[in-house]
Design a protein around this ligand. Structure first.
Ligand SMILES: [Zn+2]
Length: 175
């Protein structure tokens, strides 16, 4: 296998995004499978994590900005990436992302799912479950998008919910 530079963090730039607030963009091409940027933050014992996640989720829903920045690192610790020195926290969600988050040797890395061109915005799947999906509108604009941020594994479930909702809206029930 061809050796790849360990980290493409220097080839990234933060800018306004059409998807949501700010985004992170590649300034040079990034090869498939490369480590793009490490997702850093505070180590949080797993037992404290739910409380933090709940607060972040509420804030995200209310303001329409931000999201949950917690990543499962191992059985004992999560990483709370909601810190200013974590540039990776600004990466937006996409329903057809070009990056993914992976644990590599005890660290969380955002890696390239495919070749990324210079100027492309980096995205990954936030992996949200179906809790309060209505509050997390997605503007990724990809063909796979259902308009809300849920993980790829839940998109089928969301599609069913949306279909049902549509049918209900089309056939109002008399009261
Ligand atoms: Zn989307």
């Amino acid at each position: 296998m061809k050796a790849k530079p360990a980290d493409y963090g220097k080839n990234l730039r933060v800018n306004r995004s059409a998807k949501h607030g700010r985004g992170v963009y590649a300034t040079a091409p990034i090869p498939r499978a490369a480590k793009v940027i490490e997702y850093v933050g505070k180590l949080v014992p797993v037992k404290d994590s739910d409380g933090i996640a709940e607060k972040q989720m509420t804030r995200a829903g209310k303001s329409g900005t931000g999201h949950v920045y917690l990543f499962t690192l191992n059985k004992r610790y999560d990483i709370d990436g909601n810190v200013p020195w974590n540039k990776a926290r600004l990466i937006n969600h996409s329903c057809d992302p070009n990056c993914e988050a992976q644990i590599i040797q005890g660290r969380i890395w955002v890696t390239a799912k495919r070749k990324i061109a210079a100027g492309e915005e980096l995205t990954y799947d936030y992996g949200f479950n179906m809790d309060s999906w209505q509050e997390h509108v997605c503007r990724c604009g990809t063909a796979k998008c259902l308009g809300y941020i849920v993980s790829a594994s839940r998109r089928g479930a969301l599609a069913r919910v949306l279909k049902k909702k549509q049918t209900q809206d089309a056939n109002p029930v008399m009261r």
